[in-house]
Design a protein around this ligand. Sequence first.
Ligand code: TXE
Length: 493
Amino acid sequence: MQIKKQFIDGKWVYAEKNKSREIINPFNNEVTAKVTESDKADAKKAILAARNAFDHGEWATSAIERGIIVRKIAELIERDKEELAKLETLDTGKTLEESRWDMEDIAGVFAYYADIADKDGGEIIESPIPNSISKVVYEPVGVCVQITPWNYPLLQATWKLAPALVAGNTLVMKPSEITPLTTIKVFELMEEAGVPKGVVNLVLGSGNTVGAELSENPDVDLVSFTGGIKTGKKIMQAASHTVKKVALELGGKNPNIVFADADFDIAVDQALNAVFFHAGQICSAGTRLIVEEAIHDDFVDALVKRVKNIKLGSGFEEDTEMGPLISKEHLQKVINYVDIGIEEGATVAIGGKQPDAEELKNGFFYMPTILTNCMTAMTVVQNEGFGPVITIEKFTTEDEAIALANDSIYGLSGGVWTKDLAKAERCVAKMRMGTVWVNDFNIYFPHAPWGGYKQSGFGRELGKTGLEEYQEQKHVFVNLQPETINWFGTKEK
Ligand code: TXE
């Protein structure tokens, strides 16, 4: 099996230490690919290449040129989207249908940033000082490190790559060591699109070695990270030594509030969609269902009835609705998580174990699970499980629903289901989350910002704010009629 290489300074190269890593198909535990295993030395080389390209290259000079190249990347992704979708399913186990949606979104994000690349050249400010010009211009931050997770490997990479490129930065990306395949392919496409040498660099390998070097290296100006909260804290600490800019998206435990006056069938249907895509491995999964007492029992019954029919299997099979979890280690984490919930008093309404089916035995499958009788203080309600698990809590008043929803260290997203839009607006105003959906869940698009309150992180991806993350603002003041001030040393001693 040919070993896939890293991309440094415009060249595909093996890692210094000549080690490699096997990439595992989570559906059957088989090796699908081998990739070179980068180390700290490779990270340093990649940073140096990005530094040189930024300090001595031309990438930052023309926003129009950058827009043209980023548009080309969007077109190439559009051209190769089926191949990319298959690769993503192979790597993550998610259904091909989901991977296809991801690729549409990914091409759309590159296109969105290509569109706005040259649309904001800065602004003239009304100067309070006569005969002067005051203007604000936007400049790239410099060398950006981008560390991405395994759940939406290419989507998360794109949310970082597209704005960073459009803003004129150079970068080093490190995808999750377990899902690098689509990111490798998109680096090939960026090369084909004509991104100049050294502007984009790709290192592969583990977080503790490569990731740590990238986060602390003094030649890096910004670290953008999507992943777990523990790793986010380490990165923030490592980056603090040289006061790098940091942007963190650290997941969530997202409340989904259903009022008794909501459209029952739609709310049931969407409560399932909110969680079970990609087996619940979504930072914004609505895993914390908060249901008004009057409809609680009927709601649980309706959910269980639907969950019974969810078809587990290979992401490549057309009738599969849910694939496996990403890895053996992650499966074990989800098993322990549900077990703790049961010990703490939650009731398993359905699921709560691995499936028995023989054909799923080699994969990392866990059954879609609903836990009732959940209380806010429970670990399963507070911690992000990142699996196909819904916890259900009850409420009786609007204030109680909001208090429950906000009782979390996280604040990424949440949902409210009601036909009373005034009530929805009252809830929205009090919910401490970066995104709140009313009568919907898990909707995102390139134009709107994405990111968290509280320990879900800081900074925003997507939208105009996503571009601003990668820009410095420079105030330029030009005095058109300079005069002496005569303050220092004018009085003879
Ligand atoms: O992610 P890590 P893990 C959550 C989810 C999951 C938990 C842990 O709850 O159960 O995080 O998952 C790199 N310096 N999310 O441990 O470690 C690593 O190589 C620099 C939420 O698999 O956060 C990978 O590229 N980098 C989430 C990336 O960090 C380091 C998505 C993410 O891995 C590093 C995934 C270090 N010291 C998991 N250590 C979301 N927000 O969407 C690791 N990495």
